[in-house]
Ligand binder design. Structure first.
Ligand SMILES: NC(=O)c1ccc[n+]([C@@H]2O[C@H](COP(=O)([O-])OP(=O)(O)OC[C@H]3O[C@@H](n4cnc5c(N)ncnc54)[C@H](OP(=O)(O)O)[C@@H]3O)[C@@H](O)[C@H]2O)c1
Length: 405
């Protein structure tokens, strides 16, 4: 079989050969070589699941092939796809937006591909896609959640993707493009759409070292807002000091731990920071909940806004009734997917704005842990990396960066 795989007989379908094990057991010590089809079939690998559950238990690497695109189909090769908390929740089955379970990837039972965000390049396209203005080499990201981005390749239609114009791509890395559409957009809209903060006014946020939090610090600073940033403490004091300094370097005015936020003297401290209370805190951004979120709400000025967009602590949000009745605090929820569905053009403008700031050096990337995904990378290794992201206190967000796939 080994010799057949190396040199296929002319009358044996290459597509059929592609279904065979890539490397026979006897040759497993040799580097695997990717089969490039003369007929345009693309070999692909994807991290998939057939049942909801704990990601390490349900995810596995699935190999399949993609037919040459015709008509309104295009073949994508992924470049960078992050591992976001929502991706984990989606695999666990507790996220409102469900993935697409399908048998089109060549399985008897429906499977779904993990991941919701990422950037891919078009490597082949049908006539209708060409006439819709796309070409080979264009970069696209997914229009909405549920497509599955933890994969080397995919087949897509123009309705499923959004193209990054050449001007938007200019000077932008695949990693930056692959991570712009969710976290920075979320921070941008939450700072802009719930209240009109004037220059010099304050907002407060928890999860401040998250991708969203770091984006909010930078955008807030750019727009002249001051920020109080709440993070979880680290056992290692040096590590904690470094994290606080990292956030101050991004533009954070104040960085405190959740324990400091809940300490006795916090009101006096805040008064001091906010010019004796003359500079009101008018907006809070919450992705944690629990007691730390309630403590944050207590620092808000009357009639201000409290936006919840995540639930990292898995605790409920508890609000004293007096905050609603007497203090007139407005509590909101925000979900960028729903907002983008309702405002697709505004979404592209937001993305373009963030990429523009990035290009000018005014918006820094979140710290990343690049997870190299080559053709040979094994499923166990990739699933292990997804498992690592379930632990807190990480130094960087895991992002699959695709090499020679
Ligand atoms: N609603 C939306 O449209 C929307 C959009 C984007 C993101 N989000 C949400 O925003 C949050 C942050 O996402 P991201 O991608 O920016 O995060 P990320 O960069 O992956 O960082 C995760 C953050 O969560 C914190 N965290 C982890 N476990 C925690 C716990 N048990 N209690 C408190 N904090 C904990 C981490 O703090 P440590 O460093 O201390 O572990 C870190 O700040 C998530 O909840 C995500 O689902 C929502």
């Amino acid at each position: 079989m080994a010799s057949k795989l190396m040199s296929p007989a002319p009358n044996v379908s290459r597509r059929y050969l592609r279904q065979l094990p890539r490397t026979p057991p006897t040759l497993s010590h040799l580097p695997q070589r990717r089969y490039v089809s003369a007929y345009g079939y693309e070999q692909a690998k994807a991290l998939t699941f057939s049942d909801y559950g704990d990601p390490p238990a349900v995810l596995s690497l699935h190999t399949h092939s993609i037919s040459p695109p015709h008509s309104n189909l295009m073949t994508l090769r992924f470049l960078a796809s992050p591992i976001n908390p929502a991706d984990i929740n989606q695999i666990q089955g507790v996220y409102p937006s469900k993935p697409t379970f399908t048998t089109t990837l060549g399985t008897a039972h429906p499977i779904a591909v993990g991941g919701n965000e990422g950037v891919a390049e078009i490597i082949a396209l049908g006539d209708k896609v060409k006439s819709a203005g796309y070409k080979r080499g264009d970069w696209v990201f997914m229009k909405g959640p549920g497509f599955g981005t933890w994969r080397t390749h995919a087949s897509a239609t123009p309705e499923q993707v959004v193209k990054l114009d050449d001007s938007m791509r200019d000077g932008i890395s695949a990693l930056q493009a692959g991570t712009v559409s969710i976290n920075p957009c979320t921070a941008y809209r939450m700072l802009r759409d719930f209240t009109h903060l004037k220059e010099g006014e304050w907002f407060i946020q928890n999860g401040a070292n998250s991708g969203v939090g770091r984006a909010a610090i930078q955008l807030g600073r750019k727009w002249g807002y001051k920020s109080i940033n709440v993070i979880r403490a680290r056992d290692d004091v040096k590590q904690l000091d470094k994290l606080k300094q990292d956030l101050r370097d991004l533009g954070a005015d104040i960085v405190i731990t959740d324990a400091e936020l809940q300490s006795q003297g916090i009101r006096d401290q805040v008064k001091e920071w906010t010019n004796g209370g003359r500079e009101p805190i008018n907006l809070a951004l919450n992705c944690v909940n629990g007691k730390a979120a309630t403590a944050m709400a207590k620092l808000l000025a009357p009639s201000s806004h409290f936006v919840t967009y995540g639930a990292m602590s898995k605790q409920p949000l508890t609000i004293p009734a007096s905050m609603l009745i007497f203090k007139d605090i407005h509590f909101h929820g925000f979900w960028v997917s729903r907002w983008a569905e309702r405002h697709p053009e505004e979404k592209m403008k937001t993305v373009a704005d963030v990429l523009d700031l990035t290009r000018k050096g005014d918006f820094r990337d979140t710290p990343f842990e690049k997870i190299a995904w080559e053709w040979e990378t094994g499923g166990e290794e990739l699933v292990g990396k997804v498992k690592d992201t379930l632990e807190g206190y990480r130094e960087g967000k895991g992002v699959f960066v695709f090499g020679k796939t």
